[in-house]
Design a protein around this ligand. Structure first.
Ligand code: ZN
Length: 202
C-alpha cells in the first residue's frame, strides 16, 4: 500500500512552511483529516493496520484515541478489529476520559493516533487509561512521522521519541521529513513565516 500516494491524492501532504504542535518548523505537513474525509479510504487504511495488529497476535479489548486528531483513525481501526472504541480529551490541559467512558481493571487497550510524531499525546492518553486500571499493550497510527520505531519499519528510535520502547508501535509507513527548531529553520532564514495548518481552515 502506497500511503504517501494516498496522502498526495487527497491533497493531504502539504508543502510550505509549517509550525508543528511540537513547536518545530517543517516544510511538510500531513493533514490526515483530508485523507479520512473519504470513509472508504479510511476503511482501507484501517483494515491494513488491523491486519498487521492481528498478525502480531496481540489481544486488544479496546482502542483509545486522544481527541481530536486520532478519533476517526481510531474509530475505523476499532471497527476493523471488532473491538470497543473510546477517546480521551484535554480538560484544562490534562488528558482525561469523559462522557461516561469507563476502563475496567486489566482491560487491554491500544492507543491509536492519525500520525505519531514523538508520541506525546499518545503517552498522555496511555497514562489516563492506566490510571483507571487499564493496560496499554500497543500503539498504532496511520503513519510514523520519523521519531519512533514501528514494527517492521525502517527508522530507528530517535532521542525525542516518547512512546515506551517496550511496547509495539504499528503504522502503515514512515514519513521521515526534516524538522527544525525555529532558530535553525532555513525557511525562516529565507524570510517566510511558519503557519499552523489547522488554524487557517486548511
Ligand atoms: Zn521556520
Amino acid at each position: 500500500m502506497d500511503v504517501a500516494q494516498i496522502y498526495k491524492d487527497a491533497n493531504a501532504l502539504l508543502e510550505g512552511h509549517f509550525l508543528l504542535s511540537s513547536g518545530n518548523h517543517s516544510q511538510f505537513y500531513l493533514q490526515s483529516a483530508k485523507v479520512l474525509e473519504d470513509p472508504k479510504v479510511a476503511q482501507i487504511l484501517a483494515d491494513e493496520l488491523a491486519k498487521q495488529i492481528k498478525a502480531s497476535g496481540i489481544e486488544i479489548d479496546t482502542v483509545c484515541s486522544p481527541a481530536l486528531g486520532g478519533i476517526v483513525a481510531g474509530y475505523e481501526l476499532a471497527r476493523s478489529l471488532g473491538v470497543r472504541f473510546i477517546f480521551t480529551e484535554r480538560v484544562n490541559g490534562e488528558m482525561t476520559l469523559r462522557r461516561g467512558f469507563e476502563v475496567k481493571k486489566g482491560e487491554k487497550l491500544l492507543i491509536c493516533e492519525d500520525i505519531i510524531t514523538t508520541g506525546g499525546s499518545a503517552v498522555e492518553a496511555m497514562k489516563a487509561v492506566e490510571a483507571l486500571g487499564g493496560e496499554v499493550v500497543a500503539f498504532a497510527a496511520l503513519a510514523n512521522r520519523g521519531f519512533c520505531e514501528r514494527v517492521g519499519g525502517g527508522i530507528k528510535r530517535k532521542p525525542e521519541a516518547k512512546l515506551p520502547s517496550n511496547k509495539p508501535f504499528f503504522a502503515l509507513t514512515d514519513f521521515d521529513f526534516e524538522m527544525y527548531s525555529p532558530e535553525a529553520c532555513p525557511l525562516c532564514k529565507n524570510g517566510s513565516a511558519a503557519i499552523k495548518p489547522g488554524s487557517r481552515g486548511n
